[in-house]
Ligand binder design. Structure first.
Ligand SMILES: [Zn+2]
Length: 108
């Protein structure tokens, strides 16, 4: 019977990732993997929602900044037009999908 000890499960998952890096890469490149990564980052950064999937779909569908209407970009290195999910840092409530420049201007 498999263990339910969180530490045992964590080590087993780590071993799996080390033995099967190609499967991990394929998963992270899949639609489900991208959703899990992005919503995981939002959760880590304090975003609060009761529907991560709807938030993800809405975020992905937005092509232009809700403040300045510039076309949003997806960049490995952040630029002024990189798409951002603006949220209230005190409550975690999502406020808008904006470019990085507008997100900085809006503040916390
Ligand atoms: Zn903007």
């Amino acid at each position: 019977m498999p263990s339910s000890d969180p530490e045992v499960l964590r080590r087993a998952a780590q071993r799996y990732r080390e033995r099967h890096p190609e499967k991990v890469r394929d998963y992270l490149d899949s639609p489900a993997g991208k959703l899990v990564q992005l919503t995981g980052n939002w959760r880590y950064n304090g975003v609060v929602t009761d529907d991560w999937i709807s938030l993800y779909i809405t975020y992905m569908a937005h092509t232009h900044c809700m403040d300045c209407d510039r076309e949003l970009t997806k960049d490995k290195v952040r630029t002024s037009t990189t798409k951002c999910l603006d949220h209230d840092h005190a409550t975690g409530e999502v406020r808008a999908i904006v470019c990085h420049a507008c997100n900085v201007r809006r503040g916390a």
